[in-house]
Write a protein that binds this ligand. Structure first.
Ligand SMILES: Cc1cc2nc3c(=O)[nH]c(=O)nc-3n(C[C@H](O)[C@H](O)[C@H](O)COP(=O)(O)O)c2cc1C
Length: 345
């Protein structure tokens, strides 16, 4: 069955084998985070790690198809890059996946984890865990028109549907009715009412063993684990049981951990780049973006945490926070902030 689908996919739909060509299932990824992992953030993260798979924020099919802005814009330095889609209409998702492949994205990821009311009203995100057949239809519709991998990011359950059997049934239905073989599992169930998405990132407790068990029960599938992982040491522990690790908040708030990813998790031998030099390496990008009219604060808000734990970090943050938003602020604001760190090292 698998081979037939592949053959049909190439002959009937003439999918274009694009993507950046840099994709491989990743041992390490930075999580998709709405309002956080925008293109400026990803460019910065890519300076820190060549190997990490980066994800966009969730982009809805409605925004791509009907929106006025270019929601798929990115810099090719960001590859390997996965586009996370929010939606539940197979044809709309297929249309967006096709555009994304043509634009050079390396993976399409379907959001089956977001519990927000707005997303539920649109009938996508975590509530789709309750309709595995529809999820399979969505994935299949996308796989029919693209060659790049189509993956799923989901939770371990929703509301009262939180047994391990429910999770296995969800996976079973999806893999029986599509070619999906790559799942990111946020090891915490989603509450669809009563908790804000923020609260639902702390409660209820994480259940990592469920994700490890999935890998045992579906050894042919690729599983990445997500939720509450705060260090590369912890990541290495998880990698004894699963194929990949995805980190969200810690990577964003303390991005210097990304500087160690290539050596620690990918056996790369290049020396770890000094974080001051990483910031300096961002200057050409900042200059280029400023010349296009980007506001300095939209870039610098993502680099505030880079010196966490280093003397001068507070002054760095304060100088950027107080000055980057002022009209006409340029690279000198960053240079000045950086002096506050270097002077104390
Ligand atoms: C600000 C913020 C925005 C998020 N937006 C998304 C999103 O767009 N899509 C998604 O699948 N998950 C989203 N998440 C959830 C994260 O991808 C991740 O699953 C969650 O934060 C748990 O991982 P962590 O403990 O490493 O942060 C978001 C999380 C945060 C903090």
């Amino acid at each position: 069955m698998h081979e037939n689908i592949q053959t049909q996919k190439h002959s009937e739909f003439n999918a274009i084998p694009t993507g950046s060509g840099k994709f491989k299932p990743s041992r390490f990824a930075v999580a998709p985070m709405l309002d956080w992992t925008d293109r400026h953030c990803r460019y910065f993260h890519r300076l820190l790690s060549k190997e990490a798979l980066l994800y966009t924020e969730m982009v809805t099919t409605g925004a791509i198809i009907h929106g006025k802005g270019d929601y798929l814009a990115y810099n090719e330095q960001e590859n390997p890059l996965a586009l996370q889609l929010g939606g539940s209409e197979p044809q709309a998702l297929a249309q967006c996946a096709k555009i994304a492949q043509e634009r050079g994205y390396d993976e399409i990821n379907l959001n089956i984890g977001c519990p927000s009311d707005r997303v539920q009203n649109g009938r996508f995100g975590a509530c789709l865990m309750g309709d595995a057949a529809l999820v399979a239809d969505c994935v299949k519709a996308m796989q029919d028109v693209v060659d790049i991998p189509v993956t799923i990011k989901t939770r371990i359950g929703i509301d009262e549907q939180d047994s391990y059997e429910f999770l296995c049934d969800f996976i079973d239905t999806v893999i029986e009715n599509s070619d999906c073989d790559n799942f990111v599992i946020h090891a915490r169930k989603a509450w669809l009412s009563g908790l804000s998405p923020k609260e639902n990132r702390e409660i209820p407790p994480l259940e990592y063993p469920r994700v490890y068990q999935l890998k045992k029960d579906f050894p042919q599938l690729t599983f990445s684990i997500n939720g509450g992982i705060k260090s590369l040491e912890e990541a290495k522990q998880h990698l004894q049981y699963v194929d990949g690790v995805m980190i969200g908040r810690e990577a964003y708030q303390n991005p210097s951990i990304l500087a160690h990813v290539d050596r620690e998790l990918f056996d790369q031998t290049a020396p770890v780049m000094n974080t001051i030099n990483v910031v300096k390496a961002l200057y050409p990008y900042i200059e280029q973006e400023l010349s296009k009219g980007t506001y300095l604060g939209h870039i610098t808000r993502h680099i505030l945490g880079i010196f966490q734990g280093i003397p001068g970090a507070r002054q760095w943050r304060r100088h950027l926070s107080e000055n980057a938003h002022k009209p006409g602020s340029g690279i000198m604001v960053v240079e000045k902030a950086l002096e506050m760190v270097t002077e104390r090292m």
